[in-house]
Design a protein around this ligand. Structure first.
Ligand SMILES: [Zn+2]
Length: 272
């Protein structure tokens, strides 16, 4: 029996369904958003071609954290270029596209998607085929909208990593990390509730807080994520994250490595 089952799709409105707190895909729920229809790579590259961007090289969740820099124009124009087989993908992650270019908000229909009276924060993930985010779980629910290209999500039950004793000590402000990838984890567990979903443009995925997920681009892709929750939950998580961040910046937390500073595995590197 294959370890990863296809993630069930729902016809329900995401705002209603998210209360069930099980991962679900909503096919074509955002297909009519202007962002899905109009945000091509050339258009994104032309927004501000000279804007400096910091890129993550490789899989910083399970490997060493490394960064490189480019400009928005040069990076995004290069995404559709064929990569050499041994190239390490570089990835523009957690990019606050909407804050940089507020007029793009007019291309979203977020109010139709999210439950009423929730706080949310959005970011974009822009990368080439093969770009990957290693297995991790987030502290808040996420409704992710596939804007361009195809992305594969591997999902695992919130207990799956702890059960295997494979929680990483590496520090990440808003996530917990696993020492190994989803496929290796699933291979070691008979029935651990493992799912897979390939998102196409316009598809929406609900990843509930604490569900583990590993994500890989099957083609060059743009994803808009929306972390959300009731304001009391979001604000209390935020306060907790800020307190941990202060300890991390002071060198008191995350000495075994982190996803926010470059460095050798197991060592704090230079500050960015
Ligand atoms: Zn750090």
């Amino acid at each position: 029996m294959p370890a990863f089952r296809p993630l069930p799709a729902s016809e329900e409105a995401p705002a209603t369904h998210v209360r069930s707190r099980t991962p679900t895909v909503f096919r074509a729920a955002a297909a009519d958003w202007p962002a899905v229809q109009e945000w091509s790579f050339p258009r994104l590259a032309a927004l501000d071609p000279g804007l400096p961007v910091r890129l993550v090289a490789g899989n910083r969740e399970t490997d060493r954290t490394r960064f490189t820099t480019s400009t928005l124009g040069s990076y995004v124009s290069g995404l559709t270029r064929e990569a050499a087989p041994d190239d390490i993908p570089v990835y523009l992650k957690e990019f606050d596209l909407l804050r940089k270019f507020p007029r793009l908000r007019a291309d979203l229909r977020s109010r139709e998607l999210f439950p009423p009276r929730t706080m949310r924060s959005s970011a974009t993930w822009i990368g080439p085929a093969g770009a990957r985010t290693g297995l991790h779980c987030d502290l808040l629910d996420n409704l992710a909208v596939q804007i361009t290209g195809t992305k594969r999500f591997y999902l695992a039950h919130p207990e799956a990593v702890k059960r295997a004793g494979l929680e990483s000590r590496k520090y990440d402000a808003w996530a917990r990390l696993s020492l190994i990838g989803a496929e290796k984890l699933a291979a070691g567990q008979e029935d651990g509730e493992f799912f897979v979903a390939d998102l196409e443009p316009g598809d929406v995925l609900h990843v509930p807080a604490y569900w583990w997920h590993e994500v890989v681009n099957l083609t060059p892709a743009v994803l808009l994520s929306g972390f959300f929750g009731p304001s009391t939950r979001v604000l209390s998580r935020w306060a907790w994250v800020q307190a941990r961040e202060a300890l991390h910046r002071a060198g008191l937390l995350g000495r075994d490595g982190c996803t926010c500073h470059a460095g050798a595995p197991g060592r704090r590197g230079p500050r960015h």
